[in-house]
Design a protein around this ligand. Structure first.
Ligand SMILES: Nc1ncnc2c1ncn2[C@@H]1O[C@H](COP(=O)(O)OP(=O)(O)O)[C@@H](O)[C@H]1O
Ligand SMILES: [Mg+2]
Length: 267
């Protein structure tokens, strides 16, 4: 595929809307020589601004690597990544750190909260470290939307899994980032707590105008998104707009079948 064709037809592209993040020819190899692993194989993708994008694919297909490279948390082996209009591949570490801090929120599967700090302290920790004062009105809105008002003085051990993930969600949102990445944010939660977090991410997009990219294994979780990108062996092999759990499941089965017969689909 030529570069110009890729520019026009990258998965995730929604004509007429801005692009929050973009990659062209994004390639990531771990290790070298015989033992090298190609985690991402020349991925072209556009993440539409103000939309909720889900990323699915088998374990080891490159989902986390894609998130980390788009978020500037990991270096790339080849290709280019932009956040908004800024190309981040090639930025110096200091510039990248600042840009990540100002524009990106990241939610990990394991909530990564500091056990000795209260919920409120955990939420503002990244901003405290950066020496930035939170926008109190925004912070209040995030805390109330996430239903954390009555839990602010609790430590993580005094909170349920769902509450802890909501604190992690509030932390990702506290600096009002343009773009939120969530790597299996419901993976460690029971279904009710998972629904709370999904409802919030959906609300962050619909009510607060954020852009969300979420990795999930769960067709039901993916159904909360606007668009599902399917990864296999480090490539985006398909996408599904306005997903329902049934259609996602159907698509996943099709890939399992294709993988079984060795017939890889080229997009
Ligand atoms: N730090 C690393 N060192 C070596 N190989 C890695 C590293 N991180 C990921 N990989 C490999 O890259 C591939 C993609 O991994 P990952 O992005 O974590 O997949 P997923 O999130 O879809 O499960 C896998 O084969 C994985 O083993
Ligand atoms: Mg992963």
């Amino acid at each position: 595929m030529s570069t110009s064709a890729a520019a026009r037809h990258a998965p995730g592209r929604v004509p007429g809307e801005g692009t929050a993040a973009r990659a062209r020819g994004l390639t990531k190899a771990y290790g070298a020589g015989e033992t090298a692993v190609l985690a991402l194989d020349s991925v072209d993708v556009d993440i539409a601004r103000g939309r909720f994008t889900a990323v699915m694919g088998p374990s080891g297909s490159g989902k986390s690597t894609l998130m980390h490279c788009l978020a500037g948390l990991d270096t790339v082996s080849a290709g280019q990544v932009w956040l908004g209009d800024t190309e981040i591949t090639g930025l110096r570490e200091r510039e990248l750190t600042r840009l990540r801090r100002d524009r990106i929120g990241f939610m990990f599967q394991s909530f990564n909260l500091i056990p000795t700090l209260t919920a409120a302290e955990n939420i503002t920790l990244p901003m405290d470290i950066a020496g930035r004062k939170p926008d109190q009105a925004w912070l209040d809105q995030v805390i109330d939307t996430l239903g954390l008002r009555g839990r602010l003085t609790h430590r993580p051990s005094q909170l349920s899994g769902g509450q802890q993930q909501r604190v992690a969600c509030a932390r990702a949102l506290a600096s009002r980032p343009e773009l939120i990445f969530a790597d299996e944010p419901t993976g460690n939660l029971d279904s009710r707590a998972g629904l709370e977090v999904l409802g919030f991410l959906r609300g962050a997009v619909d009510d607060l105008g954020q852009t969300v990219v979420m990795v999930t294994h769960d067709p039901g979780a993916a159904a909360h998104s606007d668009l599902v990108l399917f990864l296999a062996d480090g490539r985006i092999v398909d996408e599904l707009a306005r997903p329902t759990a049934e259609r996602v499941l159907e698509r996943m089965k099709r890939f399992d079948g294709a993988r079984g017969t060795g017939a890889a689909r080229e997009d």
